[in-house]
Design a protein around this ligand. Sequence first.
Ligand SMILES: NC(=O)c1ccc[n+]([C@@H]2O[C@H](COP(=O)([O-])OP(=O)(O)OC[C@H]3O[C@@H](n4cnc5c(N)ncnc54)[C@H](OP(=O)(O)O)[C@@H]3O)[C@@H](O)[C@H]2O)c1
Length: 279
Amino acid sequence: MKIAIIGCGYVGSAVAQLWSQKGHQLTVTTTTPERVSELQNITPQVVVMKGNDSQAMQDVLQNQEVVLLSVGDRYRTGYKQTYLETAQTLVAALKQTPTVKQIIYTASYSVYGDKNGEWVDENSPVTPSTESGKILHETEEVLLSASTPQQPVCILRLGGIYGPGRELVKIFSRWEGQTRPGSGDDVTNWIHLDDIVGALEFAREKRLQGIYNLVSNVPMISRELLDGLHKYQGLEKIYWDPSTSSTRPFNARVSNQKLRNEGFKLIHPEIKINIGSTI
Ligand SMILES: NC(=O)c1ccc[n+]([C@@H]2O[C@H](COP(=O)([O-])OP(=O)(O)OC[C@H]3O[C@@H](n4cnc5c(N)ncnc54)[C@H](OP(=O)(O)O)[C@@H]3O)[C@@H](O)[C@H]2O)c1
C-alpha cells in the first residue's frame, strides 16, 4: 500500500520501519531538515513540512491509500498549530484525494480529563480539564467529521508512551528525590511502543473506524508505579504530600476492552516493574 505518515517522530518511525519491511511504499514528514537523512534510512520519500501548509499536505496525500497522523508538540509551537490546524488542513486535502482509503490518528486519553479514578470507555463523556486537552478533543471532532465509509477515520486514544529510549525510569527521573503534591492515588494509563506499532498495523489491516482506547490492560496508581520503579528499577525514592492536591489533570482508569474485542492482543498487557530488565 501507499502510506503517508504525517509527523514521523518516535511512534511514526517505529511503525514506518514495520511497514517498510512489509513492502509498503512510504512517504513520511518532519518539520526538521536535519532529520531528513535519518528518515531516509527508512524511506527515500521524506518531506519537510508543517501540518498547516495546505499545498504541501495536498502534495503528500497525492495517490496515498492510508494516512497516519502522528504529530506531537515536542517543540512547543502550540497544540492549536500542531494538532488542530494539521487536522483541518488534512481534512480539506482529503476532499481532493479520493485514493485515500483510511485515516488513522494517534490521539491521547487525556481527553477524558479527571474522572476521579473511575473506569472510562469510548462511550464515556470526554471532559478535558486542560486547554491542550480541549484542543485534542477538537482535533478528534474535526477528523471524525470527515469520516465516511469510503474514507474511514480511526482514532486511537493512547496512554502515556514508554519503550526503548523512553523508559519509565527515564520519564520519572526528573522527579527523583522530590516530594510530589497529593497522595499519589491518581490513576495512570500506559502503552508500550511495541503495542502502538501492533495496534496501528491491526487498525490498518482491519480498516477500523471510530474511537479506540489504546492502553495496557492494567491501569497503575501513581504511587505504586513510582514505588515499584524505586524498589526494582533503581529510581531514587519519590515522596508524596497528601496535605496538598495532586496537580495531575487526568485521573481515570481507561478500558481497552473495545480494541481487544476486535481481536487485538497486546505484547505488554501490564507493566511488570519487578522484572530484571529496565522498563
Ligand atoms: N508522549 C506520550 O506519552 C503520548 C501520550 C498519549 C498520546 N500521544 C500521542 O502520540 C503521538 C505520537 O507521539 P510521538 O511521541 O511519536 O511524538 P514525537 O516523537 O514528538 O513526533 C511528533 C512528530 O510530529 C512532527 N510535528 C511536530 N509539529 C508538527 C507540525 N506543526 N506539523 C507537522 N508535523 C509536526 C514532529 O516533527 P519533527 O520530526 O520535526 O520533530 C515529529 O515528526 C502524538 O500524536 C501524541 O499526541 C503521546
